[in-house]
Design a binder for this molecule. Structure first.
Ligand SMILES: *Cc1c(COP(=O)(O)O)cnc(C)c1O
Length: 354
């Protein structure tokens, strides 16, 4: 890896905003740290990243992001342990996935060193923004968008890579009631569902609003072809427990390859839980709900780690899930967060010190 860390120019903010922030009352992703990393792609190459005060960016109205949606992002977190050491969780996987997304959206791939070294330099500078209260972390949002100009429908010739960070408190999703989607699709065969593209979210909002109007919190996405197989839970991967078997759908070009998902699969296996990666039919889940063998459903993703589902609706009927004393969801969340916060050994080698 090219050593660029000492070469990242830093412009510090004049006065930190940190004393204005109530770290005990942080709405997710709404307060931003003092600095951000910015890296421009121009004339066929990524330039050296710089760190500057967090601030608005100016774009031409013809910037292609506005018209053709070339926009991708990542979501990750930095954790501070009781010794004030700072940790990342599988960050190279985010870096690699950003470039997988870049390729699909015809965005030039970013050198890995710019991502990793840039992120570490930013975290070192803003390390006092990483919450230390229980369950708190610094949410990290790396993203790339087309900043190049022109109404011509073609890939832009200029891009911006930015990393912004936002301190966040413990994330409790509450009782989540989901609707299994029968009409709309989040992604399709041959599409961009496996990329973390902004447009995937834009396309998700309207069907989700319809579900919310009907009293649900979130949509369970089904395959675009038949709507008979469940694939993701909102913007999270999905797990279903029938009896003592934990199941999740296989990744495909329609499903985002979640880092939490693959970590849960490995941890569950290490815990001796029977894990099956297989297509999960809606029928099988409905039947299991009816005969009492459906024990748990939960979403998995960086923000909430696991988000237990309390009930689901399908074809006009609602099915409640049992409230379990010792759920796989709570066990797996504990195991994964213990690794993230350096409260336990890391036999998998996932933790990276900043
Ligand atoms: C980000 C994301 C996930 C979760 O990925 P993690 O790496 O676990 O955070 C799942 N599904 C979709 C659609 C996503 O965008």
């Amino acid at each position: 890896m090219e050593n660029i860390i000492n070469n990242i120019p830093v412009t510090k903010c004049e006065k930190s905003k940190i004393s204005d922030v109530d770290f005990n009352n942080l709405a997710f992703g709404s307060v931003f740290s003092d600095h951000m990393l910015v890296c421009d792609y121009k004339n066929g190459a990524w330039e050296t990243p710089t760190i500057v005060p967090y601030q608005p960016i100016t774009l031409d109205p013809s910037a292609k992001i506005f018209h053709y949606g070339q926009s991708i992002f990542e979501g990750m977190k930095a954790y501070k342990d009781t010794n004030e050491d700072v940790w990342l969780f599988r960050p190279m996987d985010n870096c690699k996935r950003l470039n997988i997304s870049a390729k699909r959206l015809a965005i030039p791939e970013l050198p890995e060193a710019y991502f990793m070294e840039g992120l570490k330099a930013l975290l070192k500078l803003d390390s006092n923004w990483i919450p230390t209260n229980s369950g708190g972390s610094l949410y990290i949002r790396p993203f790339i968008f087309a900043s190049g100009n022109g109404f011509h429908a073609s890939p832009a010739n200029a891009y911006k890579f930015i990393i912004a960070t936002a301190p966040s408190g413990a994330y409790f999703s509450g009782k989540v009631k989901v609707a299994i989607e029968e009409k709309y699709s989040r992604s399709a065969n041959g599409g961009v569902g496996y990329a973390k593209a902004g447009g995937n979210y834009a396309g998700q909002f309207y069907p989700t609003q319809l579900a919310i109007q009907k009293g649900y919190n979130q949509v369970i996405w089904t395959d675009d072809n038949t709507h008979e197989y469940i694939e993701e839970a909102g913007a999270m991967n999905i797990f279903v427990r029938i009896n003592d078997t934990l199941m999740t759908a296989p990744t495909s070009d329609r499903i985002l390859d979640g880092i939490t998902r693959k970590s849960i699969i490995e941890i569950a296996k290490a815990e001796g839980i029977n894990v099956e990666v297989k297509k999960i039919s809606v029928n099988e889940v409905v039947e299991a709900a009816k005969n009492g063998s459906l024990k748990e459903m939960f979403g998995s993703g960086t923000a909430a780690v696991v988000s237990p589902i309390a009930a689901f609706g399908y074809k006009g009927t609602d099915y409640d899930l049992p409230e379990l004393e010792n759920s796989y969801a709570s066990l797996l969340k504990k195991r994964i967060t213990d690794i993230q916060y350096n409260r336990t050994d890391d036999p998998f080698g996932w933790r990276v010190k900043v």
